[in-house]
Design a protein around this ligand. Sequence first.
Ligand code: APR
Length: 252
Amino acid sequence: MGEIERLAQLIIESKKTVVFTGAGVSTESGIPDFRGPGGIWSRYDPEDFTIQRFLSSPAARRILWKMSAESGLLTEAEPNPAHYAIAELHELGKLDCVITQNIDNLHQKAGVPENKVFELHGNTRWAVCLSCRRRFPMLEVLQRIKEGIEVPDCPDCQGILKPDAVLFGEALPPETLKEATRRSRNCDLFIVIGSTLVVYPAAYMPTYAREAGARLAIVNLTPTPLDRYATVVIYGEAGKIMPKVMEKVRLS
Ligand code: APR
């Protein structure tokens, strides 16, 4: 039995599947990943994206807003076949939830209900003021950038405005992290799609699942440190692999 059939079989047998995604699930939507060839960290310095740097340096804030505005992370990107295959898992009643490191909102755009998407690293639909904590729709802030304001501040109190995504050195949203951990410990199949699994605490999730007795499957372009623990590992493009897997699941 090939790996595609094997993964389809695991899904058919599963009562509670959790899908865990990283930037690799969105590259076929035109959003660059971080550590793949030509990834964001090959063009930007991660040091510029720590919360400390963001708070202390207007230049770092300018880079972050510039990158956000130009990298399509915010609005133009559309889901690709991998996102739709995951949404189909939900339509078939097989999906417990999606735990994602992505901030691009593409799982929701593809049809996974909001209450089934846990965004460990926040999202870019909102910007939050670090002084008065008011939140603003990102589209409004982007409009101001397009009008030439390089470092938008809070329209109410002129405090520092930050995309609602988690920067290095920042705590992950506690409630989201707690619920994602609980879901990982309560599933019987944990499918990783498009992640190097090197950034913690997000990368603990597959281990929590395994410790709880779940089977692990990994779909990724390149090897990951957890491949040896997986029941199924499929190397390749998620946008090509996942529709083939779902075709087999549908036929069952
Ligand atoms: N199909 C499958 N895998 C892919 C595809 C694709 N089309 N494109 C890229 N990949 C793989 C890459 O080979 C890489 O192993 O997806 C993985 C993406 O890994 P990263 O770029 O490290 O992204 P991610 O794992 O999500 O990073 C985690 O790091 O910088 C922080 O906060 C950022 O959320 C991010 C976190």
